[in-house]
Design a protein around this ligand. Structure first.
Ligand code: ATP
Ligand code: ATP
Ligand code: MG
Ligand code: MG
Ligand code: MG
Ligand code: MG
Length: 269
């Protein structure tokens, strides 16, 4: 307030450091759940993939996109979510700490707020936390490679976890035995174990687990029936169509060209 601004204490503001993000760069904020290995165990997450937990992560990310400005795409898997601000954003004067803390706190409070919608019978035992970091990407290629990197990570972990938990749950191996069995195996070997020992074709596993979740803004025509008064005084139900922007979720490949060709508005030149 104005009376504060003139106090002799005001000089301490000069101790604040400048953290303005470089112009023209995409600003990526990535969040990751704090100690979620333990959080998953204590809240009885299904192994290897708990769909309630994934649904809650996506719901919280949707809240971040809807409540904050200028996020054009978000990508999540496991206990992490990345949010990409458009390169021309001037939100909070591009101050890294403001952007990152707004994302982290909106996400964390949403995670708690929506918990019951996804975990009806499982009480939340303690307040979860998320760390955040900011990374700048100067080109579309760099940004796409960033998202490809996170999706490749999702794939590698999911393939490993799928075989690992099959060996434990179906073959009765201990976790140490399953670890030893998988030591040094390549993707092909893991696919082979899944197919020959469990009759599972990894390609047929669910897309949300293999590919993670991508959120983007889409324009949709929405038609609602509205009671309208006609000039002759009569009331009639009439269809009214308007274009609405909403967040849509995809579980598709981000590494190839197709997704980016189908959604040319996400990246700017
Ligand atoms: P910004 O998002 O920029 O911080 P703001 O609306 O939060 O906007 P602040 O300068 O942080 O603006 O001021 C917080 C405001 O919240 C106060 O001006 C007051 O209106 C309200 N507020 C906060 N705490 C209390 C409280 N304990 N009792 C009554 N009002 C409060
Ligand atoms: P850190 O605080 O360093 O991030 P962490 O325990 O959160 O430690 P991560 O590498 O982030 O370690 O791994 C997250 C862990 O959370 C996974 O290994 C898995 O055990 C668990 N997890 C997260 N989401 C799910 C889910 N949907 N289903 C089952 N387990 C999950
Ligand atoms: Mg981590
Ligand atoms: Mg974590
Ligand atoms: Mg993680
Ligand atoms: Mg405030």
């Amino acid at each position: 307030s104005s009376n504060m601004a003139k106090s002799k204490f005001e000089y301490v503001r000069n101790f604040e450091t400048d953290d303005t993000c470089l112009r023209n760069c995409y600003i990526v904020v990535r969040l990751d759940g704090r100690n979620f290995h333990k959080f998953a165990e204590q809240h009885k997450f299904a192994k290897p993939n708990d769909d309630r937990a994934l649904g809650l992560m996506t719901r919280s990310a949707r809240s971040v996109m809807e409540e904050l400005e200028d996020i054009v795409v978000a990508y999540g898997q496991s206990d992490e979510f990345s949010f990409v601000f458009k390169r021309s954003s001037t939100w909070f004067k591009r101050r890294a700490s403001k952007l990152m803390t707004h994302v982290a706190s909106q996400f964390s409070s949403s995670y708690v707020f929506y918990w019951k919608e996804f975990f009806e019978n499982q009480p939340l035992l303690y307040p979860p936390g998320f760390d955040g970091r900011v990374v700048l990407y100067p080109s579309n290629r760099n940004l796409r490679d960033y998202l490809s990197w996170r999706q490749a990570d999702c794939h590698i972990n999911n393939l490993y976890n799928t075989v690992f938990w099959m060996l434990v749950q179906r073959k009765g191996l201990s976790t140490t035995q399953a670890e030893d069995r998988l030591k040094g195996t390549l993707a092909g070997d893991k696919n082979e174990i899944l197919f020959t020992e469990f009759g599972i074709n990894y390609n047929n596993e669910s897309a949300v687990h293999k590919k993670g979740t991508t959120l983007i803004w889409e324009k949709r025509d929405e038609t609602v029936i509205k009671r309208t008064k006609l000039p002759n005084g009569e009331e009639k139900d009439m269809p009214v169509t308007r274009s609405r922007r909403r967040v849509e979720a995809y579980h598709c490949d981000l590494i190839g060209e197709q997704f980016w060709e189908e959604h040319p508005d996400i990246l700017e030149d």
